[in-house]
Design a protein around this ligand. Structure first.
Ligand SMILES: Nc1nc2c(ncn2[C@@H]2O[C@H](COP(=O)(O)OP(=O)(O)OP(=O)(O)O)[C@@H](O)[C@H]2O)c(=O)[nH]1
Ligand SMILES: [Mg+2]
Length: 333
């Protein structure tokens, strides 16, 4: 268990912007060793059997907004500010991915019964893209390490952080990929877009050009992923530098674009921390809910497939009866 909790906090050593630029192969080697560590952590976490199916409750759980569980927590504990018990709210209802303020009914029930399959072992991939200098690294560092650096250190290629949560009593982790905004690193960074469950397109609220460029960043990231498979967020950074009418005007433009992109809009400040935790909690909750629903669907369709087989014969039934009970789609032979 100690291995699990310590290793979740993998740092940025592999591609620190302060080092000389690594070659692509160096990045791949570093990534592989990190992947091995992540695999170790998953194995270690697996020993506590997160996501195991618990006996079903006799009464269906009430779908209340707040999720509480009297069962023992699964996996190693997470810090208190990573515990999500109520569904986090949107920033603005004008551009949000869902208006519900509580967990999906089926998700609530599955969490209460600890019937969330492999979701507790999953690392959901979040990719942050956007122009250079918009504050992608600062946003991630504020959330993951609670620090802010005034000095600009360009990200070289990619970097990632793993953040553990406990959502509705179930452990859940986000793997947050920080990509370089500089053109010369784009081909390295874009190799990491694939398999994203969440795409965050960031722009600087004080630089309207960076907002315009988010369309292109999103298009590039979506090209590497299946259509309709990703949650998209549009995030305006450096909110501390803008206020009043100027802020409202940029936000209105951004909300308009977010609707076009089918994205959820947020304004944040890595410097002051404003909205940073709320934003990532929202990302985690939406990704978690989707993961649980997908897992439930996958398991129920697997059960259906098993049920479609012809291996079970009812003892004592005449062959004609068995024949007539076959689904017609199976044909005559
Ligand atoms: N005032 C203010 N400055 C910020 C904020 N976020 C980032 N910055 C500053 O903006 C500059 C760029 O921030 P980074 O986070 O390095 O930008 P980036 O998008 O990661 O840049 P690349 O890695 O080159 O793509 C740094 O000097 C930060 O200190 C913020 O919320 N408020
Ligand atoms: Mg950066």
């Amino acid at each position: 268990m100690v291995i699990a909790s310590a290793s979740w906090m993998l740092g940025r050593a592999a591609v620190s912007p302060t080092q000389t630029p690594p070659t692509t192969s160096a990045i791949l080697v570093a990534r592989r060793s990190r992947a091995a560590l992540v695999a170790m952590v998953i194995t270690a976490a697996g020993s506590s059997e997160p996501g195991r199916a618990e006996p079903q409750l006799s009464q269906p759980p009430v779908d209340s907004g707040r999720m509480r569980s009297s069962l023992t927590p699964l996996g190693p504990p997470v810090s208190r500010d990573r515990v999500i018990a109520t569904f986090p709210k949107w920033y603005t209802p004008e551009a949000c991915l869902q208006l519900r303020e509580h967990f999906h009914r089926q998700v609530s029930a599955a969490c209460q019964r600890r019937n969330t399959g492999t979701v507790g072992l999953k690392l959901s991939k979040v990719v942050v893209v956007g122009d250079l200098y918009v504050g992608k690294t600062s946003l991630i560092h504020r959330f993951c390490k609670n620090v802010f650096d005034r000095d600009y250190k360009a990200t070289i290629g990619v970097d990632f952080e793993i953040e553990r949560f406990e959502i509705a009593g179930i452990p859940y982790s986000l793997q947050i990929w920080d990509t370089a905004g500089q053109e010369k690193f784009k081909c390295i960074a874009s190799a990491y877009y694939r398999g994203a469950q969440v795409i965050i397109t960031a722009f600087d609220l004080t630089d309207v050009q960076t907002l315009e460029h988010t369309r292109q960043w999103l298009e590039d990231a979506l090209r590497e992923n299946e259509a309709g498979s990703c949650f998209i967020f549009l995030v305006g950074t450096k909110k501390d530098l803008l206020s009043g009418a100027a802020c409202e005007q940029v936000e209105a433009e951004a909300v308009h674009l977010a609707k076009e992109m089918q994205a959820e809009y947020w304004s944040v400040s890595a410097k002051t921390g404003e909205n940073v935790k709320a934003f990532f909690s929202r990302v985690a909750a939406l990704a978690f809910e989707q993961s649980v629903l997908q897992d439930l669907e996958r398991r129920s369709s697997a059960r259906l497939q098993v049920g479609d087989g012809e291996l079970i014969r009812m003892e004592g039934s005449p062959p004609e009866t068995q024949e007539s009970k076959r689904p017609s789609s199976l044909g005559c032979c």
